[in-house]
Ligand binder design. Sequence first.
Ligand SMILES: C[S@@+](CC[C@H](N)C(=O)[O-])C[C@H]1O[C@@H](n2cnc3c(N)ncnc32)[C@H](O)[C@@H]1O
Length: 424
Amino acid sequence: MTVAVTVTALGAGGDGLAAAPDGGRLYIPYAAPGDRLVVEPGAKAGDGRRASIVERLADGPDRVTPPCRHFGDCGGCALQHIADAAYRDWKRSRVVDALRRSGFGAGLVGELVPATPGDRRRIRLSVRPAGRRLALGFNAAASHRIVAIEECPVAAPQLVRLLPQLRERLAPLWPHGRAGDLALTLTDGGVDLLLVVAGEFAAGARVGLARIAEELDLARISLAADDRATPEPIAVRRPATMRFGPAAVVAPPGGFLQAGAQSERVLVELVLAAVPDGAVVGDLHAGSGTFALALAPRARRVHAFDRDGPALEALVAGARAAGLGPKVSVERRDLDRRPLGARETRTWTVAVLDPPRAGALAQAEAIARSTVPLVVYVSCNPTSFARDAAAMAAHGLHLQQATPVDQFLWSPHVELVAVFRRSA
Ligand SMILES: C[S@@+](CC[C@H](N)C(=O)[O-])C[C@H]1O[C@@H](n2cnc3c(N)ncnc32)[C@H](O)[C@@H]1O
């Protein structure tokens, strides 16, 4: 059964919101505020139902033509159909709304730093054998169907133009009947390719992979059976380096890297602007050193922590090669299970937190209970961030400003950098 509705707003996931005739809430993908639509309600979703667009009767004022031909089919983007200004307002509101629910005012949230199309330097694609060919692309929305991407205005063009060749050249080598993933990262040494698939690559197939690295001029090809396995390099033609401050770091295959080159620069600038010269810094969730190594030249000391051993090894090697070794120390540590407390942080003047989406409640509380006077918190999830911010405020660390950064263009996700100071 179809119903006619008017879209009133965008929800947190980027879907259009509308009231169904029975009063229930409808979540409508690819709808824009003000759209008059005929929709078909479907499965239950949260406090309402999902609904799909059957017909657009009249378009809302902010609806625009999406720039990508795959929009609406590919599940990667949710918001290409919204005009820039309205899209940016909505993105910033993701942070404002999350903070408001935790008792913080909208005045603490700065302007959104916009994204640059083509900035995304790491992408993950789905792969599935289809006869003698390989389906290779992004998943369709809420589906395992693979959309064969031919263009992508979000990802770096150096990555997108490899896709047809990878589709063709990997097909004869790919393990029979196995689905898997390709992770492509644009490093300073060229494209780093990781194949994640639980299947055997015989000696001949490995030679074939090395030949692909040669023919496509890749920096490195590695193999992993799954995301927990340590990737095995198959061909290393050039070091897959990333520059963090003055240091060149050889990123471990499949390791964490901020999603965009320009958005990473913005995040680093915001962190640097908040940290005074001569600081003693604890960089928690340091990864391979995006912030630790950018801060090290100006800091007195940087102590970097992460639970990812290979990432910390890369950080330390990069620090030493750049002559920053004496200033930088690392410790492999699970900060959820063993958060750093007052005793270990007593000499620090700044803590930088940059946890995964789940946030870092235990660590945020422990830092708030310490004497560290300044915290810079980088987050990719306003909801867990707002929760952690409230926990810190309860122990005297007060949010001064949060700057939203649109690292994930046309998706519902948003990054932010926030500064907290201890009240006297
Ligand atoms: C969003 S990434 C940030 C990495 C780094 N700051 C950067 O910008 O490249 C989150 C990091 O937290 C680390 N991590 C996740 N859970 C952790 C935990 N429980 N304890 C310590 N580190 C953790 C991950 O290994 C990852 O390096």
